[in-house]
Design a protein around this ligand. Structure first.
Ligand code: ATP
Length: 221
């Protein structure tokens, strides 16, 4: 049998939290992915620079995923000089893994609604399937109105009703999944740390200890 799809979860992970980890775990299981690969951004092209260095963000992801055989870390984007485009990452992975291997790009709903602003976004469908996870604040009923027309057209024409269809072709489909609704964001966690409120139970203890030990997110800049 062909190898199961590889899941790809890009993000700033500034810091990584349980919203990211549940997304990866639930999609990994529901879609029977071989692995979910966490790929922290280097210089994110679509948003302001991260608050802490790539070294710290990598280390926090490493601590968060330790011991989970479904998860792995890929450092390629933080090692790349210049903007970290998903198009380049998926092209590299496609070249390395071959034309037939199914790839699944995992996104929260907020990220998918911005998808049409991404570099060469249209071509990303030729490189991977796209799996969109529900996220609090972005109810599925509101997606059609929030999607620009060109993205809505792709979404409608590529929608796969059967999750395991991601195993049947290397790329090109879009599918959605309701996951545990965790209203957690890195923005809120940074705010809590800055205001000296506890962010416990929103992210792994090991990550919180790392944040404390390195005095990350203490100041607003
Ligand atoms: P920030 O608050 O700094 O914008 P974030 O919490 O949204 O950060 P990112 O690193 O930007 O985290 O997210 C990476 C990916 O994980 C995106 O596709 C995003 O939609 C998804 N994601 C993050 N948090 C959640 C969550 N709580 N539920 C579902 N998806 C999430």
């Amino acid at each position: 049998m062909a190898t199961a799809p590889l899941g790809i979860l890009g993000g700033t992970f500034d810091p990584i939290h349980f919203g990211h980890l549940r997304l990866a775990q639930e999609i990994g299981e529901a879609f029977r992915l071989d692995r979910v690969r966490f790929i922290p951004n280097g210089v994110p092209p679509h948003r302001p620079a991260p608050y802490v260095s790539a070294t710290h963000r990598l280390e926090m992801v490493r601590l968060a995923i330790a011991g989970n055989p479904l998860f792995e870390l890929d450092e390629r984007e933080v090692r790349r000089a210049g903007p970290a485009y998903t198009f380049d990452t998926l092209s590299e992975l496609r070249a390395a893994l071959g034309a037939d291997r199914p790839l699944a790009l995992l996104l929260g709903a907020d990220a998918f609604l911005e998808f049409a602003t991404w570099h060469r976004w249209h071509e990303l469908f030729g490189l991977a399937h796209v799996v969109v996870a529900h996220r609090p604040g972005f109810p599925p009923g509101s997606w059609p109105a929030a999607m620009p027309q060109p993205l809505a057209r792709e979404y409608t024409s590529r929608l796969m009703k059967q999750p395991l269809a991601v195993h049947l072709s290397p790329a090109g489909g879009v599918t959605t999944i309701a996951i545990a609704a965790l209203d957690i964001s890195a923005t809120k966690i940074r705010e809590m740390v800055r205001e000296r409120r506890s962010a416990r139970y929103l992210l792994p203890d090991a990550v919180l200890d790392y944040i404390d030990a390195n005095r990350l997110y203490c100041s607003g800049d």
